[in-house]
Design a binder for this molecule. Sequence first.
Ligand code: GLY
Length: 587
Amino acid sequence: MPSSKFSRRQLLLGAAAFSGRLLATAGQAQVESPPAPIYSRDDRWHPVMGVAGMVASQEAIASRVGRSILAAGGNAVDAAVAIGLALAVTLPRAGNLGGGGFMLIHPAATRETIALDYREKAPLAASREMFLDAAGNADPEQSRDSHLAVGVPGTVAGFALALARYGTFTWAEVLQPAIALAEQGFPVSQDLHESLAFARARLSRSPASRAAFFKPDGSLYAIGETLVQPDLARTLRLLASEGPSAFYQGAIALAIADDMAANGGLITQADLARYQPVIRQPVRGRYRGYDIESMPPPSSGGVHLVQMLNLLEPFQLANLGHNSAQTIHLMAESMKLAYADRSRYLGDPDFVPVPVAGLTARRYADQLRSRLNPYQATPSVAIAPGNPQAAQRFESNETTHYSVIDRAGNAVSNTYTLNFSYGTGWMVPGTGILLNNEMDDFSAQPGVPNAYGLIGGEFNAVEPEKRMLSSMTPTLVSRDGQIYFATGSPGGSRIITTVLQVVLNVLEHDLNLAVAAAAPRIHHQWLPDELRVESGLSADTLRLLARRGHTVIERATMGSVQSVGRVGDRFFGAADPRSPGALAIGL
Ligand code: GLY
């Protein structure tokens, strides 16, 4: 039974939810929410404010590039593409040309958000057993560190498509800031200096990476010294003059294919020539009267974000208190149920029948909630994936996220990645392009965890031209068709739970965007059965969670949330204080 320290109201809410009584009111829980003050609360940190647009990214120079595009009359998509290209220069651990990602675009004119999927694909020669050793066991070195680890990159094609359909600037114009940064260099930040120091051994295996990121004697660039990347500058210039096809059919494609052939990789010119980004419908949900739009499969992010919001909405977490033991317990138990489902039902929808409608149905959440004990942690071994088909009717910080909103109300939420920090660490000679190791996001062997400890199933087995399952969760929250805020985060398996907490912090707990980003986070992913927490929770909260049966482990910070929002004619932004180089900047 619950501790007597809980208030009578908490006990009633918990008990009601467990017995199903609260569920009866769930349908009526379309509670008119108060306008959540993403900008107010003068007693706490403020978000950044602007009057004509807002940009937030993990790297300050790239944020300024985005702002300058908006200031020059570009829209949110122009700015987003220019930021993504600039990050490939200034945040090489995650910004990229040789990786892939997802971009949600909300055009203010039509209010029809699209989900642009430019995720990497397995090459044509990939096979189900390619990451198994002679004994039939998964070999992580092959899926993370070798040329076999590389998925066919999608970033250049994705950005080009976004710009062509929704932008107003030319491809050459949005490449210009990145070219200048690569050619003329930029001052090495503390963040870049430290991440290069951390990745030095991994990067030094590749002669091109070593030459690009370290001095001739192998030493690090000091903070404030200028880093020039001539090979990358040449590649960017080629993209500007010949267009994105240079990457997929021209000189860059040839360089990638040659490097693959020389190092046991699988990607050929044919793989690159066949790569196509896909425009998909976002996953949609509702929470307290706000519309949630997020990334559909092949990301698991949107599906499980909506699933967890559905599970949690009837609990009235605001009454239980932000980051109280009771609230954290309910979030953790919801996370376990969602991640168990992820292990079975998520994969590339072009290859496997992902039951998106079932997983995001309120009716399914109602069923799952009956398995959620509001008082005591259910051991993960006692949790199996649910049965969403029945409802079908109805860190590390390897990735990076940025958000943009412009004067007209166009908004972009973009998360892209090389998977690990600097991907494989391998740079294609002469190009400045770092290769991703995204193939590790497939399940090398059903039931064997990947680098994030995530268990995958048959649906996420390797197949030629399949997209590997992701957790990236670029998200837009709107009301009456108008964007309220855009958010997202890096963090591997922690991305989905990080975004969940930002959305809850604003919509449920009434925190502004800055406080929502800064507040301590928790994470549970079903397996391993541990409740990971950041520092900053009170000792008695941790004690109460342990008493409920959670194995609580305090670890490093999770995620790097970059959010922008709008209320009326004012724009707001918040860069995650966990990332020292991040910047939200308004216009
Ligand atoms: N590579 C991390 C993800 O896509 O979720």
